[in-house]
Design a binder for this molecule. Structure first.
Ligand SMILES: [Zn+2]
Length: 80
């Protein structure tokens, strides 16, 4: 098998197993990132060099759904 460079901007992988008529080659790494990103805009994804932003950390979600006072999981609840 020859060298099949990934067609995504900024990607230097040369081992691609996937080929799109429209978007060219994509390596498994970018393909996984594509799935992870959940984007439907393949064209934009392929032209985008930087990785999609890291997923927000736990704190981000915890601020949205804080643990209620009185819950055994609340940090201020005395244990024991
Ligand atoms: Zn790639």
């Amino acid at each position: 098998m020859g060298v099949l460079p990934c067609d995504r901007v900024g990607c230097e992988n040369i081992m691609c197993d996937r080929l799109s008529d429209r978007h060219g080659y994509i390596c498994w790494e970018c393909f996984e990132e594509l799935i992870e990103s959940g984007t439907l805009n393949i064209k934009e994804f392929m032209g985008r060099e930087l990785k999609y932003e890291e997923k927000p950390d736990l704190e981000f979600y915890e601020k949205i759904f804080p643990i209620m006072e009185g819950s055994p999981f609340h940090p201020d609840t005395p244990s024991g």
